[in-house]
Design a protein around this ligand. Sequence first.
Ligand code: SF4
Length: 700
Amino acid sequence: MGAEVKTTCPYCGVGCGVIAKVDETGTVTVKGDPEHPANFGRLCSKGSALAETIDLDGRLLHPEIKGRQASWDEALDLVASRFCEIIAQHGPESVAFYVSGQLLTEDYYVANKLMKGFIGAANIDTNSRLCMSSSVAGHRRAFGSDTVPGLYEDLELADLVILTGSNLAWCHPVIYQRLAAAKAARPGLKIVVIDPRRTMTCDIADLHLAIRPDGDVALFMGLLAHLAASSAIDQNYIGAYTEGFGAAFAAAAALTSDEVLDRTGLPAMQVREFFRLFETTEKVVTCYSQGVNQSASGTDKVNAIINCHLATGRIGRPGTGPFSLTGQPNAMGGREVGGLANMLAAHMAIESAGDRDRVQRFWNAPSIAAKPGLKAVDLFGAVEEGRVKALWIMATNPVVSLPDARRVEAAIAACPFVVVSDMVRETDTTQHADVLLPSLGWGEKDGTVTNSERRISRQRPFLTLPGEARADWWQMAEVGRRMGFTACDYTSPADIFAEHAALSAFENDGDRDFDIGAYADIQQPVYDALEPFQWPQPYGTEARETRFFSDGGFFHPDRKARFVAVEAPATDRTDAAYPFTLNTGRIRDQWHTMTRTGKSARLSSHIAEPFAEIHPRDAMELGVADAALVQIESSYGKAIIRALVTDRQARGSVFVPMHWSDQNSAEARIGAVIKPATDPVSGQPASKNVAVAVSRYRAA
Ligand code: SF4
């Protein structure tokens, strides 16, 4: 029998440990790693099916230029020369990278360094913009840094767990399993689910608040006002460790009870019960995910939640705190290395001249991006307008996943030079590439990822590298070298990780949360044997208290947290032409645009085709029977999808999963319907509250 290799699941942000084994016949088996602190041996359906998704069918195995096979030298020379030409003619802002939470931290580090330090612009953004950028912005406003205070064990230690905008059962299944087990062992643990839909997560809920989309800000403002009125706030904590309570409270108190009920759409009795539970429970964890983040008021939602935890001092202690659950396997790792257009590496700020100078000196870079770059939606807008003339897309499929997807597709198709690095030959995006570069997949990649609780784990290779596929970091380092940048001369992921760790500690006077300086001198054997660990881990520490804010110190210059005075937005975006609200999300057994999970017959048997959940009375009024086709239309585009009539869905709304593309089923791409509206602070697209028309589909 072959040796067992410990690695990490490549799907969601839970970051479960996986043990993979290849036998003499080449058959791969996987099981959960009982020693990994994220999952303790558990896996969900997607993780359990990993071995069914790693065959070479459909793989991109060789570089291609305009559809013909090319050598690596020819392809890399072309990419480097076209980027150099375009930069020489139009400046560094005329090129962009669009990367992915699927990249390993080492890939992300090189992409960020090449763009921000050597090309000298900040036009590198990521599909993680669609995932958790509102949480990043909310953390930075409240804490002075993008610091996630929560640990998974907090859900098990809490007496009240609030899940808002999170279908944990389907989207973070192993955390759901841990929470369900904790509740089974300790029935006194109360769970509140705040979600417009009655999802599978509600199966373990004591209270389900079927809130209106975007009603969360009003609900948590109402909670803050209630806590203050009930003398349930912690004046000592507020006085010692925070600033800005007065303004946040004034904003919350100005919202009347009737306005809270109106914006949330909730019965007064349920709101009172929720407020009572929060007020009377000392150990409270509030988890939030895409239902909070993917909103035009996403950052305010995050801060409205954090305000309530700061007001009660319920943060920094076991079983307490606000907790953002990241969607992607390495959204967190991307944040650590500045893989967003508005961040520098190691949680340093691109707006800070001191931080820019520090990073530039550390990299010995000829330049450094002087201002934030284009965030995802604006980046593709700049491609459409011709301001971005060379685009390198890595490990993502924006033609399906971005809002206003058909316009994104047209913009990419018209872009003068498009490079796509991917492991899959035929995606909706690869067909528009001038140059295709074959990348490694799970089981082949070598590097690290960071999960939602800041735990860094290794992804280790155990498969033979297919065809000529190479790591993403290698592709970028080679292009950088051919553009004349020797600082990208790495020989291994361990080299990159060591540099990343050294930068995190470089001239850190304690003003940075992300510090893994203990690994700045890491050598290959130690990197190979690296056990999962949580940041921070500064130089000279073996193991350290990993709970942030336990001493009441935050990362603003005065070490105090900030309350944010938020505004409750209008929640109803419908009108006479578009009277329904479209909500989008994931299903249990598929991942993103299905390029990998779609290979497993077992996973596809859960739900085989796209569906539009609609309430029975709405279906009746529209004359739509269960399984009939409906047309969902906005002013941006339309999709034709089979109806799933269910009272889990609120009246006046439809839910459609985001996975399917036109490749799977004609006109199934729901991204084509979504308006490209974004949160004004974070730039995250609002994909869960879109005004649409719904009608019975009649073929022409
Ligand atoms: Fe993978 Fe997430 Fe499932 Fe864990 S919960 S096995 S990380 S998909």
